[in-house]
Design a protein around this ligand. Sequence first.
Ligand code: 2AL
Length: 272
Amino acid sequence: MRIRVINPNTTWSMTRLIGECASAVASTGVTVEAVSPTMGPASIESHYDEALAVPGILAEIARGEAEGVDGYVIACFGDPGLEAARELARGPVVGIAEAGMRAATYLGRSFSVVTTLGRTRGRAWDLASTYGVEKACRGVHACEIPVLELETSPDAQERITQACREALALDESDVIVLGCAGMADLCAHISDAIGAPVIDGVAAAVVTVEGLVRLGLRTSGINEYATPPAKAYTGLLAEFQLGEDPAARNLSLGSEIGVPAPHSLPNEQSRR
Ligand code: 2AL
């Protein structure tokens, strides 16, 4: 089974970290391919960043489809482009906010999100509402560490741990959901330190995709997630035009970053 984990930002060191955390939870026989698009923002911490990350994500999905990938994780806590990705992919596509928040509801009555910058809190609340877990989400807290400083700031781990501790106390919640893929490697440490379940959405999404694929389940190809109607796309987006034949996707903007050597492609049933 091949699971492609897409880091929607273009910072390769973060993609590598995400790939390591994703591989650590995947079962034997599952190949995790961590990729990032060649075009897009270096980090995603605004609505503008999120919007401009989406074309690169869709190019990665289209490339994955051509290569026979079984399922995808969108590894950014805003779950950018998730529904559009589902319109392109045969296999399941799971976002890390979605997987993290849903997993939290299995482990406690309530959860708190600890994210990067305060300006991303609104998006997290929107997603909690979209996924129907708004009642369980007691708070969304920011540690005010920019995404790319998660790797470089010497006290990042300590500050995030403290933010998680404070969130639990303030919200009287049962579980913490980490609000950035760049925090994936801190999960176990923080859980030990605060004595509560801490969920990294990357890990939660990988095991969700793996489980769905193992169950033989695919994205529904009927109604809302059916192939988008063919039409003209112009200007910078011309290469995103889909052909009439949904099986012959030929978006040509896919990245070469981080894609491992080709594997033998699994025999896949087309869903359309
Ligand atoms: C993220 C994330 O997961 N990756 C990224 O670039 N930005 N999320 C966030 N809340 O800052």
